[in-house]
Design a binder for this molecule. Structure first.
Ligand SMILES: [Ca+2]
Length: 88
């Protein structure tokens, strides 16, 4: 009986661990910080937000005559973040 309970525990525990590892990887691989990743500003980063912001591309853009780097979401092409060199 204890063996059955232990096996069921593994079936529950392994997906939870995989989910947490994947979620942590998405947060780590996003170019945005945690506050920026909270797209709907509800105070926490959902798995969907983490997945959306971690799947991004980079393109060069020009803002006010300065060369900047824009990070955009692969899902819909919308910009996530623009970084400009502050050199003057
Ligand atoms: Ca959120």
């Amino acid at each position: 009986m204890a063996r059955v309970i232990r096996n069921i525990g593994l079936f529950v525990l392994i997906p939870i661990i995989l989910f947490v590892v994947l979620y942590a990887w998405l947060i780590y691989s996003s170019p945005l910080n945690i506050k920026e990743m909270d797209l709907n500003k509800n105070g926490w980063v959902s798995f969907t937000e983490a997945e959306y912001t971690a799947s991004y591309g980079v393109r060069e853009v020009e803002v006010d005559g300065k060369k900047c780097t824009e990070y955009f979401a692969y899902k819909d092409g919308l910009p996530l973040k623009v970084e400009c060199n502050e050199k003057k």
